[in-house]
Every structure is written in C-alpha cells, then in structure tokens.
Design a protein around this ligand. Structure first.
Ligand code: ITT
Length: 192
C-alpha cells in the first residue's frame, strides 16, 4: 500500500481522512514521520495556505505528502470567515468562533454558506490541488455534540440537522473533505 504523509496538526481531519480512504492508502501522521514543528500558513487564501503546507513538508521529508486547508464561507459575510476560519474569534476556540458567526448573522435572512477544502498533493513532480465543497446553511444556534470545529452550526443542503447531529458516517458521505479526498484518491490511483 502506498505511504503518504498528511501534513496536518488537526487530529479530527486525520481521523476523517483515514476513514474516508478506508485503507486504500497508508496515511502517515506527522508524528509517525517524526515531524513535530508547526506548519506555515502565512497567506490570505485557502489555496495558497494549502500549497504552502505541502511544499514545506515535502521539502523537509522528501516523500509524497498532502495537506488540506479548509474553511467556512458564509455568503452574507462576503465569504468570511474563509481563510481565517480556524481562529475567527481570535484563537482556536470553536465555541467562540461559532458564536461570532451566529452573532454576525443575527439580522440576516440569508444564512447560506459552504465548507470548502483544498488538498495539495506534492511529490517530486510538483503540486496538484483538489477542491471539495459542501453547500448548506448556518443554523440559528449550536446544535449537536459530534464532529469538530463549526459542525454544530452547519446544516448541509438537503438535511435539517447539523453535521454535529448527523452521524460521522453520514457527514463522511458528503463533506468537503470527502469530496476533495476522493479526487486525491482518484489521482493517486491514476499514478500506478
Ligand atoms: P492544519 O492546518 O494543521 O491542517 P487547522 O485546524 O489549522 O489544521 P485549517 O487552517 O485548514 O486547519 O483550518 C480549518 C478550520 O475550519 C478548522 O480548524 C475548523 O475550525 C474548520 N473546519 C474545517 N473543516 C471542518 C469540518 O469538517 N467541520 C467543522 N469545522 C471544520
């Protein structure tokens, strides 16, 4: 099975991606490759930050790697929090981040939003990017306990429950991560 390192310090992303790939590839964590540092994210777009993380780690390790940068894009907020999703309220506190979005939408009738993920795969042939989007709406308040990040306030299109109320298995059939990871898997298969 092909070894590939996932450049992420987010344990939830790692878990979801391993489940989605279901043993099709051997996804190595940063810990498994003895990388303990921070990954740089210095840009103002999801695409650039995704590329930066993959290039940085490939440069350090010299083995095939992929990164994933993702964010919540709310229409009425002109795409915010976007690239600032992880620390929208100033730090990485999910409750404060969600409360900020809810409060900014308090007078808005348009609650449409999307999660977007951009994976960058990098090996000696250079970078390749794969995007995944799930459209939906921001809930009136936090609902549900499962998942991570903004899951308690995101209702995917076609459902009336948030990602935190739906099962992980259901989320993994449709999420932005699922859609980008499937494109990556298809590409990796085409290399063999
Ligand atoms: P790495 O850069 O180490 O991968 P990170 O958490 O910093 O981890 P990002 O910079 O890509 O990752 O930030 C993405 C943020 O978007 C993440 O921290 C969550 O707050 C949110 N997010 C992404 N996918 C999500 C999902 O499936 N459910 C809920 N929130 C999500």
């Amino acid at each position: 099975m092909k070894d590939i390192c996932f450049a992420t310090n987010n344990a939830h992303k790692l878990e979801e991606v391993r489940i989605i790939l279901g043993g099709r590839f051997n996804v190595l964590s940063l810990k498994q490759v003895d990388f303990a540092g921070e990954l740089p994210e210095t840009h103002e777009t999801i695409e650039e930050n995704s590329l930066e993380k993959a290039e940085y780690l490939f440069d350090k390790l010299g083995i095939p790697v992929f990164s994933e940068d993702s964010g919540l894009e709310v229409d009425a907020l002109n795409g915010r929090p976007g690239v600032h999703t992880a620390h929208y309220a100033g730090d990485r506190n999910a409750i404060r981040n969600m409360d900020k979005v809810i409060s900014e939408l308090s007078n808005e009738s348009d609650r449409s939003a999307q999660f977007r993920a951009v994976i960058t795969y990098m090996d000696e042939s250079g970078p390749r990017q794969f995007e995944g989007i799930i459209k939906g709406a921001i809930a009136p308040e936090k609902m549900g306990e499962d998942g991570f990040g903004y899951d308690p306030i995101f209702i995917p299109e076609g459902y009336d429950q948030t990602f935190a109320e739906l099962s992980a298995a259901t989320k993994n059939t449709m999420s932005h991560r699922k859609r980008s990871v499937e494109k990556l898997a298809q590409f990796l298969n085409s290399l063999n």
